[in-house]
Design a protein around this ligand. Structure first.
Ligand code: NAI
Length: 348
């Protein structure tokens, strides 16, 4: 009884926090009588430097055989970021139609919000993950008036609709309200379209309270009153930015997880922290493993191991409540290894 999981540590601290999380997940699996078989894949910027590509030509086919993909982070100062992103992460998200990116953010026990005094908040950010502003349509053109760069955004009705349905379903499940991020006062084609589809989808959820907010005002709301928010849904770009702000509000990028889901279950989903490869602290053993471990809990949940997932979250909450177990990003002096061992010990 078990699951085959692709493990892609990537670069920088990915190579430290991913093995740490594997340790915690293996320990919880044993307690719940199942096994995780890891398929270790060294695809990364160092792989790129050696092979001229972020992954081999049959990379997607190899991933297709797995039940889930567990990724650390990719990115290196010596390789342009658009290569690592468009060479690995974006192809995986698109090949497996992982159209939902979900980022849970809440204030963990013992952690203080970076930005303001606040008792508690618990927000799910639902980001469109396969189209929108992150498109390869456009280019640079020489014109008589000088060089011009054009970047197209692609919003399809099917793409918006299925994402919004996921978000409304989630809001219904959580018994909460939904806020849709828009900017239809400034962006005149895609955003009014997004708003229109939101209203259409909302009509089938009369029990869910919802509103739209301009993304600039919503950003401010995250900082001043995150406790007013529950489910926030946005396009690829807006969801990306809101996810990082929310992570900062919750204390640190070091504790922010995300999941790239194909909710139909036809393809493997991918679980990766919001943070990157953090070259500034890589190789020193001080990275916070909690974001990666929380990603592991999201993965277990997705694989139908809800009890094991809940145990991992309990362990995380026990550890964050202890000031002696904080890594540098949270103002402490604990190492990746200290926190990882404490997480294993804290499993119920
Ligand atoms: P970053 O998230 O790697 O680092 C930002 C800051 O947060 C740094 O000061 C870092 O030390 C700190 N930090 C991040 N994660 C931490 C953790 N677990 N524990 C303690 N401190 C942590 O973002 P940055 O510096 O903009 O990007 C570095 C590289 O990562 C770039 O090449 C970028 O393209 C890539 N990147 C990759 C992502 C991915 O693979 N999904 C996502 C974001 C960035």
């Amino acid at each position: 009884d078990g699951h085959l999981v692709a493990a892609i540590p990537g670069d920088g601290i990915g190579k430290e926090v991913l093995p740490a999380a594997q340790r915690v997940l293996d320990a919880v699996a044993v307690r719940h009588d199942f096994a995780l078989s890891w398929c270790e894949l060294p695809w990364s910027c160092s792989w790129y430097t050696e092979h001229g590509a972020m992954m081999p030509p049959d990379g997607i086919d190899r991933l297709r055989e797995t039940d889930a993909i567990f990724l650390g982070a990719v990115g290196s100062p010596s390789v342009p970021d658009h290569i690592s992103l468009w060479g690995l992460l974006i192809p995986i998200r698109r090949a497996f139609d992982q159209y939902v990116n979900i980022r849970p953010v809440r204030l963990l026990p013992g952690l203080a919000s970076r930005l303001r005094e606040c008792e508690a908040f618990d927000v799910a950010i639902v980001r469109e993950n396969t189209e929108g502003e992150y498109s390869d349509v456009g280019g640079r053109f020489a014109t008589p008036a000088g060089e011009v760069a054009v970047q197209e955004s692609i919003f399809t009705r099917r793409g918006c609709e299925r994402l919004l349905r996921y978000a409304f379903d989630l809001a219904r499940q959580r018994g909460g309200a939904l806020v849709s991020a828009t900017k239809s006062n400034g962006i005149m084609h895609t955003m009014p379209f997004w708003d229109e589809v939101t209203a259409e989808v909302a009509a089938s959820y009369p029990d869910v309270k919802w509103q739209r907010m301009h993304v600039d005002a919503l950003t401010a709301r995250f900082i001043t009153h995150p406790e007013d928010l529950d489910v926030v849904v946005g396009s690829n770009l807006f969801g990306d930015i809101l996810g990082n702000i929310a992570a900062a509000v919750s204390g640190s990028l070091g504790v922010a997880p995300s999941a790239n889901l194909d909710p139909t279950g036809r393809n493997p989903s991918m679980f990766e922290p919001v943070h990157g490869s953090a070259p500034d602290i890589a190789g020193r053993g001080v990275a916070n493993p909690i974001a990666q471990v929380w990603c592991g809990a999201l993965m277990l949940d997705h694989l139908g191991r809800e009890k094991a997932a809940a145990d991992v979250l309990t362990a995380i909450e026990t550890v964050t409540a202890d000031p002696a177990l904080r890594t540098r990003d949270l103002g402490g002096r604990a190492t990746t290894k200290d926190v990882t061992s404490a997480l294993v010990d804290a499993l119920p």
